[in-house]
Design a protein around this ligand. Structure first.
Ligand code: GTQ
Length: 373
């Protein structure tokens, strides 16, 4: 037997050293780091106050013009836990949120990209988003799709500033190394489709021209999802429709598939009645939440995040969470998520919190990160 084949410490050290120099690794050491027992991630929950965001977005209104100084006038939410890893523009590891402002008369030029985007209108009316040459006018509470690789532009014909949330799957597309971007050759894509065409086709009945290529699949034939319809549906829901973990909840769908409105970004509206408290659960998908109406808090992995109208917060993957309405009126929470992707990849998994009748013990109250001040 050759001496260097004997399991001595010296031989083992030499072996690992040589292996490393040849860019090889011993799985018997590292398997547990690769194939972890549960999801491992760097996403911490965070919360932003609407008052602060609005101030900075409005200031950008004085400082720069879309189409001239900026492709889009947007202030994005930067999760501090991900900036530590050099991830710029990340809310969660997969999702990005930005707040866009258009002032009366302004427009943002046509472009397309492989990221999917959803809009949620926060304040104002009279602006439209045009998708492949079809205008959808936007009012507070509406959700608008600009599916991946569709040409889109925004224009404001109203009289007051309009603010909306942009939700994109930036982190996901970055991880998959699949980002493409291209500006349209002109400021505006030809407006060849009548205004609100898809709405007319799908709002009272559902129709298509004989030769029209609207087929089940991608993208959704509808671009604009109205807040009053979501509210109507939520108001029709009975106690038996109340989900113990999500309250009264509605998902936005593509009527041609019955699946998520956007192929990759899931969208949901939740209503909580005064005093209502959900039970805690966790799931593989992550989400970014926006408070439309009401007051309350969410407990995420034992940490309490108090919120009010306009605030945004991060729900990391695989984090226990429960929501509470502490006010005297209904709470409306809009959120977007990466659930459709997790489901398509057979990665989605949900687990209810069993202890303490499904409620977490609050161990910590969220305070903003001031390490950069
Ligand atoms: O409005 O097309 O916040 O392309 C980020 C990227 C908005 C947009 C964002 C975008 C847009």
């Amino acid at each position: 037997m050759k001496k260097n084949n004997v399991q001595t410490q010296e031989n083992l050290d030499l072996y690992y050293e040589g292996m490393k120099k040849n860019h090889l690794g011993p799985l018997w050491y590292d398997l547990g780091h690769m194939v972890t027992k549960e999801p491992v991630h760097d996403v911490e929950p965070y919360l932003w106050k609407w008052k602060t965001i609005r101030e900075y977005v409005l200031k950008a209104g004085d400082l720069l013009k879309p189409g001239k100084d900026a492709e889009r006038r947007v202030v994005y939410l930067q999760n501090p836990s991900l900036l530590k890893h050099g991830l710029v523009g990340y809310g969660t590891h997969t999702l990005y949120a930005g707040i866009q402002l258009l002032l009366p008369g302004e427009s943002a030029p046509s472009h397309h990209h492989s990221q999917s985007a959803i809009r949620f209108i926060i304040e104002g009316s009279g602006a439209y988003t045009a998708v492949n040459g079809e205008k959808t006018y936007m009012e507070r509470g509406d959700m608008v799709l600009t599916p991946a690789w569709t040409w889109h532009e925004h224009k404001h014909e109203g009289t007051e500033p309009v603010f909306w949330l942009d939700g994109l799957d930036v982190g996901l597309v970055r991880t998959l190394a699949a980002s493409f971007f291209e500006p349209y050759e002109e400021e505006s894509y030809p407006m060849e489709t009548p205004e609100n065409y898809s709405k007319m086709q799908f709002s009272m009945g559902a129709f298509k021209k004989l030769n029209e290529s609207k087929q089940p699949g991608y993208p959704s034939p509808i671009y604009g999802y109205k807040f009053d319809r979501v509210k109507f549906l939520l108001d029709q829901m009975k106690e038996t429709d109340n989900d113990p973990f999500d309250g009264y909840a509605i998902e936005y769908i593509n009527p041609l598939t019955g699946g998520s409105a956007d192929f990759r970004i899931g969208t949901m509206m939740q209503k909580l009645k005064p005093g209502q408290q959900t039970k805690a659960h966790r799931h593989v998908h992550s989400a970014i939440y926006h408070v439309i109406e009401g007051n309350g808090y969410t407990v995420i992995d034992g940490q309490k995040f108090e919120w009010e109208k306009g605030d945004f917060f991060i729900l990391p993957p695989w984090s226990r969470h429960e929501h509470v309405n502490t006010g005297s009126s209904d709470v409306y929470l809009f959120s977007f998520n990466d659930k459709p992707v997790m489901k398509k990849l057979e990665l989605e998994y949900v687990e209810a919190y069993q202890e303490n009748e499904g409620h977490q013990i609050i161990e910590k109250v969220f305070v903003p990160d001031t390490s950069l001040e």
